[in-house]
Design a protein around this ligand. Structure first.
Ligand code: AMP
Length: 151
């Protein structure tokens, strides 16, 4: 979103993860694309952290990061954008817990709660992922700067 325009939306935390190929590049791509979403502003990104893969399938370690967005998109619309960005990095869906070039998850969406299998908010894995909790804490105190009228 162009500087000076204000999405006046909600604080949304999106987790980025990658364990295939040039992992740092996949994360950088995701950050750049998230910053271009309509009615959305990328406020801040957390540190990048490497973690061992979770789940039953042996695979390479992940690079993880979390970003804070301010968005006026609805959760379902944001999720559709996240899926499109994953697909742009060649993400193949289908293997649950499998390796992935890019995984994007909505961790929190303002104070909203959703219980649909297609979209659960807050993300149900949050209590099980200490690195998400650390990243969230790192971003949580971030005030959202208000752009001045002339940017
Ligand atoms: P994943 O394998 O992590 O990409 O997630 C698989 C499915 O989880 C996606 O197709 C989503 O529809 C669903 N899902 C449910 N809740 C969420 C959420 N909070 N963020 C992202 N995906 C979610």
């Amino acid at each position: 979103m162009a500087t000076g325009q204000q999405p006046s939306g909600e604080r949304v935390y999106v987790a980025l993860g990658s364990n295939v190929g040039d992992r740092a590049r996949h994360l950088a791509y995701a950050r750049a694309r998230l910053a271009t979403l309509p009615r959305t502003r990328l406020v801040k990104a957390s540190s990048v952290e490497e973690t061992a893969a979770l789940g039953p399938i042996p695979q390479g370690a992940y690079l993880n990061q979390m970003v804070l967005l301010e968005t006026a998109l609805e959760p379902g619309a944001l999720l559709a954008h996240l899926h499109a960005i994953e697909a742009e990095r060649g993400r193949e869906r289908g293997i649950r817990w499998g390796p992935r070039t890019l995984d994007l998850d909505i961790v929190r969406f303002g104070d909203r709660a959703a219980h649909d299998p297609g979209l659960t908010i807050p993300h149900p894995e949050l209590p099980n992922r200490p690195f998400w909790q650390r990243e969230l804490a790192e971003l949580d105190g971030t005030p959202i700067p208000r752009p001045t009228p002339d940017g």
